[in-house]
Design a protein around this ligand. Structure first.
Ligand SMILES: NC(=O)c1ccc[n+]([C@@H]2O[C@H](COP(=O)([O-])OP(=O)(O)OC[C@H]3O[C@@H](n4cnc5c(N)ncnc54)[C@H](OP(=O)(O)O)[C@@H]3O)[C@@H](O)[C@H]2O)c1
Length: 293
């Protein structure tokens, strides 16, 4: 059976490392601060935002809770971002997606000052990442790299197959893994919905990352013995035995554990790392803004 890679333990270790840095930032007179902007009442978004604010509180980062009705205009939302860009107590700005359809998400994300772009979605942040320059990296891809390195599965020299080419997971992860730097140096293949015979590709993987949003897509027949599997997918499936009426499952069939060498669970795998890398990015942004090296 595959070793289960516990994302909660890895996330806690990273948070412990952030502790002294957060204290040092606070010692400059202004604690590290994260502004969390939520528009509308999407239940999933509310629970994500609440969790992020709780994470901040736990590690000593100040969070600013900015909730607005779905009726807010794009102009007013852009004005709020401008205000946060100029607010010295705010080191990071997170605008929870999705935004209502009358608001152009790209325009809002591009308005965030790159030095406060703790989600790492700004075109400048992504461009600098592509060039291997210092920048704030997108949280989930960065979290996947941390999981691989800290679980003893360094991607250096390995063939990594990623299923999914989204702007927030698949594409930036492929970029990070091919960079010539620690945590990179992998040979990467990216699959998507137009890839013929995905199983033939996934069977050649040393490390397989599933980031597609299709419950249980990866089956034991699609992997070779000894593969390391990182399951990014978070899918709600109906479950009458739960009070909520659903449970969370990944993109990987749990039966893959009978073939793989190591595997991340859902929940408790990549999710805790995504949240922790947001805290990490807020600390990095706060240090840079205060000239702490
Ligand atoms: N754990 C975390 O912290 C975390 C963070 C972010 C996302 N997620 C989860 O990760 C999953 C992916 O998120 P996302 O935002 O990247 O999703 P997305 O934007 O919908 O992208 C999904 C990708 O998967 C590909 N895909 C979908 N069905 C496929 C199929 N049958 N065969 C091959 N490729 C297929 C799509 O291909 P095309 O491009 O060809 O359409 C697309 O590139 C979701 O379950 C999401 O909830 C988890």
């Amino acid at each position: 059976m595959a070793e289960l890679i516990d994302g909660t333990v890895i996330a806690q270790a990273i948070q412990d490392e952030l502790g002294p840095r957060i204290q040092r930032i606070a010692g400059t007179g202004i604690p590290a601060g994260l502004a969390v902007v939520l528009v509308g009442e999407n239940p999933a978004s509310i629970s994500y935002v609440t969790a992020k604010e709780r994470d901040c509180e736990k590690v000593g980062i100040r969070s600013f809770d900015l909730r607005h009705p779905a009726s807010i205009s794009e102009t007013d939302l852009l004005a709020l971002v401008d205000e946060l860009n100029g607010n010295d107590e705010v080191d990071g700005i997170l605008v929870q997606l999705p935004l209502p359809s009358h608001i152009e998400s790209d325009r809002v994300l591009e308005r965030i000052a790159p030095e406060k772009d703790v989600d790492g979605f700004h075109p400048l942040s992504l461009g600098r990442m592509l060039l291997g320059l210092p920048t704030l990296l997108p949280c989930t891809p960065q979290g996947v790299v941390e999981i691989l390195q800290r679980s003893g599965n360094d991607p250096d020299g390995k063939h990594v197959v990623i299923i999914g080419r989204s702007n927030i997971v698949g594409k930036p992860l492929a970029t990070l893994l091919t960079l010539k730097r620690p945590g990179g140096n992998a040979t990467v293949t990216v699959c998507h919905s137009r890839t013929p015979d995905i199983a033939a590709v996934t069977r050649s993987a040393d490390i397989l990352v599933a980031a597609m949003g299709v419950p249980g897509f990866v089956t034991p027949e699609m992997v070779r013995p000894g593969v390391v599997v990182i399951d990014v997918g978070v899918n709600r499936v109906a479950d009458d035995t739960r009070k909520s009426g659903y449970r969370l499952v990944g993109d990987v069939d749990p039966a893959v554990a009978s073939v793989a060498a190591a595997m991340t669970p859902v929940p408790g795998g990549v999710g805790p790392l995504t949240r922790t890398m947001l805290l990490h990015n807020t600390v990095v942004a706060a240090e840079r803004r205060r000239g702490i090296t």
